[in-house]
Design a protein around this ligand. Structure first.
Ligand SMILES: Cc1ncc(COP(=O)(O)O)c(C=O)c1O
Length: 384
């Protein structure tokens, strides 16, 4: 007898036994180029040696600690964070997952403003617990628990300047993903984010950028909003790549929000545990020493150039966009069949939105990999 996992998604039919940087291997030792990347978690490469070294070193002294006590891993990360965070956002809290970061932002914004209305965007994805799910657009995620969701959420249309007045004096917070990930790799325009930020400031709403998927170098900038010349938010959310596979998320807030924190209003048993912070410390080293944002920008450009050469005549392709290494190939049909075919040919990809074949390559992917991926994609889409 063996227990069974609950499956909320159809399994992909592979047993992965090993991973190294941009590759994974199945039990028959077939190698795959991993552009699924654990939903973008392994952006610095599977088992990146600098991250592993930090975790192993940490395990030799202190694996967990009560959040109430200090330790050297906390000191180290707090010292390093100014190298990657804007100077206005140096108050931080660590938890274990992206959705927890969104939950905390939700609470902080309500507590700070004393207001109840929240604004999010159509096609957004902010997570699967009750507050974050209330801000998530997709019906498929919401439907089974619709009755338990927070009702005072107004969804506005991404990149439309017409609906700014829906952000009003009753709005506690505006949540945006500067590049929508699950929703279909939809980049927001600079004009839209700047206008929304201005409107939020005018009415005193808290501005939250959810960079859980787009942040930490993936779009070619440390933070995706920097690509848009948008102002710093009041709250910045990060997860996935900051631990490069170790579960950890970070909420970074400005001084005004930090000063509004009320004792006992939040907490997390595993928050800021030393092992997770060791992973973050290693990840920051990699980001800086390997000039990860620059590499993501350059490799993303190669994808975009190749898409323009190779995919432009394919009728099935509606659009192909690479925002750094956040990549969406929007089809005129559902992508599942093509994702399976890519897998058979040694490349793992995933879906986004209804019709987008998504690729989230780690920054260590090479030019050769990128040529192989685009050539394979073309063949698969042509049915050859
Ligand atoms: C933008 C965004 N926010 C929140 C989440 C939720 O993160 P987690 O799955 O770690 O709870 C995700 C996960 O894909 C995400 O992409």
């Amino acid at each position: 007898m063996k227990a069974r996992l609950l499956r909320f998604y159809a399994p992909r039919g592979l047993k992965i036994v090993k991973a190294w940087m941009q590759y994974v291997w199945d039990e028959g030792w077939n190698r795959y180029l991993d552009y699924y990347n654990g939903y973008g978690v392994g952006f610095l490469g599977h088992r990146n040696p600098k991250v592993i070294a930090k975790i192993v070193e940490q395990l030799g002294t202190l694996m967990i600690n009560s959040p109430s006590f200090d330790d050297p891993a906390k000191d180290e990360v707090l010292e390093k964070l100014p190298e990657v965070l804007p100077s206005s956002l140096l108050n931080v809290y660590f938890q274990n997952s992206g959705t927890e970061a969104v939950e905390l932002a939700f609470k902080l914004a309500m507590n700070y403003t004393g207001r109840k209305k929240v604004v999010a965007l159509k096609k957004s994805f902010h997570g699967r617990t009750l507050a974050s799910l209330s801000l998530t657009w997709g019906k498929e995620y919401r439907k089974p628990v619709e009755g338990a969701l927070y009702e005072n959420v107004t969804f506005i249309t991404p990149n439309s300047l017409e609906e700014m007045d829906k952000v009003d004096e009753e709005t506690a917070a505006v949540f945006i993903e500067p590049v929508q990930g699950e929703g279909g790799i939809n980049p927001l325009t600079a004009e839209f984010v700047q206008a929304l930020a201005k409107r939020a400031r005018e009415v005193g709403a808290v501005l939250v950028y959810d960079e859980i998927q787009a942040g930490f170098g993936r779009t070619g900038y440390v933070w995706a909003y920097q690509r848009l010349n948008a102002p710093d938010p009041d709250i910045l959310l990060s997860a996935k790549a900051i631990g490069n596979g170790y579960p950890v998320s970070m909420v970074a807030v400005n001084d005004k929000i930090a000063e509004s924190v009320v004792s006992g209003m939040h907490g997390s048993t595993y928050g800021a545990n030393p092992t997770a912070l060791a992973a973050v410390s290693g990840a920051i080293d990699v980001l800086i020493e390997d000039e990860v944002p620059k590499q993501a920008r350059e490799k993303g450009k190669l994808f975009q150039d190749l898409f323009e050469e190779e995919l432009k005549d394919l009728k099935i392709v509606r659009d192909a966009r690479a925002i750094g290494l956040m990549i969406g190939v929007e089809l005129r049909v559902k992508p599942s069949k093509y994702i399976q075919e890519m897998q058979k040919r040694g490349i793992l990809t995933l879906k986004a939105g209804a019709t987008v074949l998504r690729m989230l390559p780690p920054y260590v992917t090479t030019e050769e990999d990128i040529h192989f991926a685009v050539k394979t994609l073309k063949e698969v889409l042509q049915g050859s």
